[in-house]
Design a protein around this ligand. Structure first.
Ligand SMILES: *Cc1c(COP(=O)(O)O)cnc(C)c1O
Length: 381
């Protein structure tokens, strides 16, 4: 029996170091947010050029925490790109506010600054540019149009990405990262908020822990055992565990190596695949350092006899996993029906939804895997 090896679209790389790192919290008995989380946060902040980082249970809860701390609620509008993971828009609904979609630039898959101005209203309380697949959004142009409206980076895919020499996570009022296994570094599930704004950080810190006025650590180590926190805010439990943070600390030290390797293979793909007429390769504008959370191409169906979906099915038969880049929010039932949206309302997002195709690129792939992907793509006509 021959066994076809499947080249996964993405796979996390963990090893002996992550395994060993779990011993400290397990032996200490302190498993929830504690010293491992603090150390992880501090190092993450340092690496992303900000003063403050707060670990959370996911990027979704990180985004919600930011919007909640900004007191965004019913009657408010928050602008999000029309092509992104559904969580970017969902968090706006969690707050009772209205997500306002803006179309994307078809080359970068990111929010198109020239489409932004017409969507801004007196109710706009925040704009959430997404650094999709690890390529930063055009933050300077977005900022010029946004004026005083806070920019919240959805940096789920962008740990270690740079924009004009500055780190993702330091480009707006606050940012949210993801450590889901599909991203470049992982803690299983997990997220991180970054900000340079101390009072916002303080408020998010409180909201992350049920709205408590003092932390669990302060309470347990303090001299007054009778003291319970005050709860003056409606908070959540969005705390990361020390087990996850112990793994995250190891992963974070591997980030630069992971990204260096991803950049080498992305460049190799760009060279090897550039002559395939139907395959539109990802764009990296000058001044951007892509982290290649995903390598997302587009299929030009005018230049090939097969549809994108047929190509994806054919690759699957050869053991190569592919995925659409992500989805157009306005085509999802929840949003389509709630706001009566039509596919042609956001043509860039609609095209990206129909024609994008991520091919495998991750830190567990071998040279032979990359070569197999390239030769199978070249064989398609
Ligand atoms: C993955 C992702 C999220 C959600 O991250 P979780 O950690 O799974 O909550 C949000 N936005 C974008 C753009 C993502 O890619």
């Amino acid at each position: 029996m021959t066994e076809t090896r499947i080249i996964q679209i993405s796979q996390p790389l963990t090893g002996e170091e992550e395994w060993q790192a779990l011993k400290a919290p397990l032996e200490s008995g302190w498993l929830t947010q504690g010293p491992q989380v603090s150390a992880f946060e501090q190092r993450f902040a340092e690496k992303h050029g900000v003063d403050q980082a707060l670990a959370t249970t996911s990027c979704t809860t990180a985004l919600h925490l930011i919007l909640a701390a900004l007191k965004i609620g019913p009657g408010d509008e928050v602008i999000v790109p029309a092509f992104t993971w559904v969580a970017t828009a969902n968090v706006v609904l969690y707050c009772g506010a209205t997500p306002i979609l803006v179309d994307i630039c078809p080359l970068t898959f990111n929010l198109a600054p020239e489409k932004l101005a017409e969507k801004i209203s007196a109710r706009t309380k925040a704009i959430v540019p997404v650094h999709l697949f690890g390529l930063c959004a055009d933050m300077d142009n977005i900022h010029n149009i946004a004026g005083d409206i806070p920019l919240i980076e959805d940096a789920a895919c962008a740990a270690g990405s740079l924009y004009q020499g500055r780190s993702a996570g330091s480009l707006g009022l606050a940012a949210a990262f993801s450590f889901h296994p599909r991203k470049t570094i992982t803690t299983g599930e997990g997220g991180m908020v970054t900000t340079k704004n101390a009072s916002l950080a303080q408020r998010m810190n409180q909201l992350r822990n049920h709205g408590a006025s003092i932390s669990e650590e302060q309470r347990h180590q303090g001299p007054r055992p009778y003291l319970l926190p005050e709860f003056n805010l409606l908070g959540y439990n969005y705390r990361m565990t020390d087990l996850q943070a112990a793994v995250g600390r190891v992963q974070l030290e591997k980030l630069d190596g992971f990204l260096a390797e991803r950049r080498i293979w992305a460049q190799w793909y760009r060279e090897e695949l550039k002559d395939i007429p139907w395959l539109v390769l990802p764009t990296v504008p000058d001044g951007y350092s892509h982290s290649w959370q995903a390598f997302v191409c587009q299929v030009d169906e005018h230049k090939v006899s097969l549809s994108r979906n047929q190509i994806m099915a054919q690759l699957q038969e050869k053991g190569i996993s592919t995925r659409p880049g992500t989805h157009a929010i306005h085509l999802l039932g929840l949003y389509r029906d709630k706001y009566n949206l039509k596919p042609e309302d956001f043509p860039g997002a609609w095209d990206a939804d129909r024609y994008s195709m991520a091919i495998p690129l991750h830190n567990r792939m071998t040279e032979a895997d990359y070569a197999h992907v390239v030769s199978c793509l070249k064989a398609i006509r």
